[in-house]
Design a protein around this ligand. Sequence first.
Ligand code: ATP
Ligand code: ZN
Length: 729
Amino acid sequence: MAVARILFTLPLPEPFDYTVPEGMGLEPGAYVAAPVGPYDRLGMVVEVLGDEVSSGRKLKPVTAVYEAPPMGAPMREFLAWVARYTVTHPGQVLAMALRARDGLLPSPVETRYRLTGTLPERMTPARQKVLDVYRNCPEMSGNDHLLAAADIAAAANVSSGVVKGMVEAGALEPVEIDSDPPFAIPDPDLPGASLTGEQATAAVELRAAIQQGGFSAFLLDGVTGSGKTEVYFEAIAETLRSDPEAQILVLLPEIALTQAILARFQARFGAAPAPWHSGMNPKDRRRTWREAVHGRARIVIGARSALFLPYRKLRLIIVDEEHDTSFKQEDGVTYHARDLAVMRAKTEGGQVILASATPALETAVNAEAGRYVRLRLSARPGASRLPDIELVDLRKAPPEKGKWLSPVLERALIQTLANGEQSLLFLNRRGYAPLVICKACGERLKTPGTENWLTEHRYSGRLVCHVTGYSIPKPAKCPHCGAADSLMGVGPGVERVAEEVRVLLPNARIEIFSSDTAQGGDAVRSLVERMEQGEIDVMIGTQIVAKGHNFPNLTLVGVVDADSGLKGGDLRAGERTYQLLSQVAGRAGRAERPGRALVQTYAPDNPAMEALAANDRDGFLQIEQDVRAELVLPPFGRLAAMILSAPSAELVDKIALEIAAAAPNGEGIEVFGPAPAPITVLRGRHRRRFLIKSPRIVDLSAYMTAWTARLKLPAQVRISVDIDPYSFL
Ligand SMILES: Nc1ncnc2c1ncn2[C@@H]1O[C@H](COP(=O)(O)OP(=O)(O)OP(=O)(O)O)[C@@H](O)[C@H]1O
Ligand SMILES: [Zn+2]
């Protein structure tokens, strides 16, 4: 009997062998159920081998095979590559591709009822009410007057028995429909915007690459509001035309997945794309997953994990806001969706477009080296101009004592409101005050057992640790010296700035936009929509506001504390500050009215600030690039982190020494540590960190695999490897 080698969605290093029962046709990529221990588990066939492999072995048979189309070879190759690169078991990576496994089964069906046209012989008031529901509620009849029994009963305010009686009387008839209907088919030939010269040039190049076929990578490098979306719409249209089965994936930062962007797709292609993000309910996930696997979802728009859907025929990937750090997955299997998107397009032999106004240094270097084709959009279309960015030197024009907005920014806010336009104040600090100290004894309040400061939140009346999530009601007395009413918030958070703006502009409609005020996708979407519709005058937000939004009436952006991101030892601190601030500034003046940005800083001569004011992105990137090349840091060298954690400091220190001793020798490889991780204690676990640095030519993943393979760790100790770490936590 033939043998199938099956990989399971479990953290196991190897696939297992099973016999293939007579008559069960199996090919590589097929989804199957097979026994592991006492249970049947979901797995995927990696290889089918001949009879000779089974002789003399006692193998169990495969239980069942799913009807869904098998995973294609390029996707399997991609998953294997990801496992190797990220130093993860292949089964864990497979699990990421099978996130909505009930999508392997056909759509469940639901019963709906429609009017037959026959009136029941015996008419009662209750029955009349049911008929009225059908007649008077056209908005309920979206699905060709097919209503669910529960909806009818609720709308008519009758019992379910009445509905049943009307079915028996022949007035209503049941119809079975799919719970997960297919997505509407996009039409590439609806008219798009009439492109400007630069936009048209970029579109022509993209269309040519799509017609030619084969892998190619583009950097769509356009200033904020230059129409990058309009340009990649042309690439999507061409891909849809090129092949009736071609699928397109658009990756966006989670936060940018708003109604507004879905509506733009709907308007351009006459059909809403299939969405994929963390806020979706299981039914919607199952639907998108199934339609992607069968190749019927032609356009999928999603957050980073959408990269792992097993598309049937993925031809084009777009990574919008490619510099965005939310593409880096930090939990579980750590990966960067932008880098993997390029690899995925390569294995599929398709195209990838990275779009940004502030490309990541890695991307800029790849474009310079000719690995990506750079398409430039240097201006906004029509009357819209880029905002003027002005530095406000806080050393010369500081805010009044106890305030955070300088007189220049105050005047600008007053003027903008008087003009009937919107303002956005940006401060990347949640809550009211980032630090709480005792006026009596000077104690700084921290999360117990750590060095993390507690942030004061006035709305909730709590002190919260943004690292660990630890939170307590604000105590009446200092926990250190016992003094009453002595605790004082130091420094500004968005809540405190909002308080200041309320005093300055008592008649303005003011909203805070942070992960505390907008919890979950729906809350975010609704706040963004109110801003778009002009229902808010001043929005005060954390970095949640920086990304991709189009607020037509927003003309003033104020950056309250431009320096905060420059502190700390992060390798990308300068780059990120530049990106974040120019993205925030780019929210201003996107329609006819010109916009401006006022950036408050104590360090106006920092290179990031100077470049921002001079609008000299490339000059700034060049300086950053020189520094990184000099220090052999990414992308000119490689970095990996290994974090280990254990329930006690003694244990973690002892194991850290053993791990250090087990580090293999490698040419040019430097191992730093063990050192306490910047977050030293997290959820009761003590953490130590190694940083590993190597020249570019070294296969650092292979080195880390060899190292971890040597380790025999006690069960309480956990380690995780992060190739190319972004946050140095
Ligand atoms: N050729 C054009 N004709 C008319 N309007 C256009 C054209 N190109 C872009 N626009 C409009 O300009 C605005 C900005 O365009 P778009 O959102 O595509 O820019 P973007 O470069 O993706 O912006 P961001 O960098 O902020 O994401 C949109 O409202 C868009 O409809
Ligand atoms: Zn005290």
